[in-house]
Design a protein around this ligand. Structure first.
Ligand code: MN
Length: 294
């Protein structure tokens, strides 16, 4: 089958930086920066914490205290710094540069997200991202699950001519597989391009696709420029596209098969109907999400 080039739908900036708790200074690309709705499904939220230097502190709680989630997954990517996580089903851990924690909230969980004790004590640069991945209706009430994924588990592909590398968090790239187990088909790649490095990507046209430029300057399809903090959303009119780096570049690629179901978000809950949101609030208020100490 002949393939054709995938064109750019738009290039977007996130909403103004805001604080999540006292530990995460993020810009929201969607849904509050821009509500891409079904064009970015199965992804429902992207908060990007650009590099920010924190002074040392004795506080063990720099971040966000216990709070609930239901109906989706939170995916936390650490690029620099280190983040600790604990949840009401007893999972916890610390992730550092290159690591990912993939938490399936599904039927409901409480968790807290802090700078790790060590990082808080020394201070330093924090650079991370959190992505929310929607679950299909059939799995929204599954038991919660936690996947700690360290950088060394990820499939890694060197690009031709020393052009850089691709680390596969989920899905696959040129035979290298990502360790994340997902409920719907997803490709999530962490990509580093050297100056003049180039990556060619191809996904079925019906799959939603976007590239977040975290660092550097790129040319897409040989024509359109994008730079750090740009979020490039593609159309569903073709398969192939290329990204060429002008300077050293860091990208995050998001691709996935859209979930064709209604989505209703209320704060930390994402369900299919308003009634299910009311049930989530009631279940949370009556303690059905379990318990988690501060
Ligand atoms: Mn959370």
């Amino acid at each position: 089958m002949e393939t054709r080039q995938r064109s750019i739908s738009g290039i977007y900036r996130g909403a103004p930086f805001h604080w999540v708790g006292d530990g995460f200074r993020v810009t929201n690309y969607f849904p509050s920066g821009t509500d891409f709705g079904p064009k970015i499904s199965p992804y429902i939220l992207l908060d990007y914490h650009a590099p920010h230097v924190y002074p040392p502190t004795e506080s063990q709680h720099r971040g966000v205290g216990p709070h609930p989630h239901r109906g989706f997954e939170t995916v936390t990517l650490a690029f620099e710094g280190s983040i600790a996580h604990h949840d009401s089903i007893g999972n916890g851990g610390v992730i550092g540069p290159g690591d990912v924690q993939w938490m399936t909230a599904a039927s409901g969980i409480l968790h807290k997200e802090y700078h790790s004790t060590e990082f808080a004590r020394t201070g330093g640069t924090m650079h991370m991202m959190q992505i929310w991945v929607n679950l299909p209706k059939a799995h929204k009430m599954d038991p919660p699950r936690y996947q700690p994924i360290v950088a060394s588990q990820m499939g890694q592909v060197e690009l031709p001519n020393g052009g850089g590398w691709v680390r596969v968090i989920a899905g696959s790239y040129q035979g290298a597989k990502g360790p994340a187990v997902t409920f719907t088909p997803i490709n999530m790649f962490d990509i580093l391009l050297e100056p003049q490095g180039r990556i060619d990507l191809s996904f079925p046209a019906h799959e939603n696709t976007a590239v977040a430029v975290l660092k550097g300057d790129v040319k897409i399809n040989g024509a359109t420029s994008a730079a750090a903090l740009d979020f490039v959303l593609f159309e569903n009119d073709g398969q192939d596209f290329s990204v060429e780096a002008q300077t050293e570049t860091h990208l995050l690629l998001l691709n996935g098969e859209p979930i064709h179901e209604p989505a209703v978000q209320y704060g930390p809950f994402v369900m299919n109907t308003k009634q299910e949101i009311r049930e989530a609030i009631e279940d949370f208020n009556s303690g059905k999400f379990g318990h988690l100490d501060d």
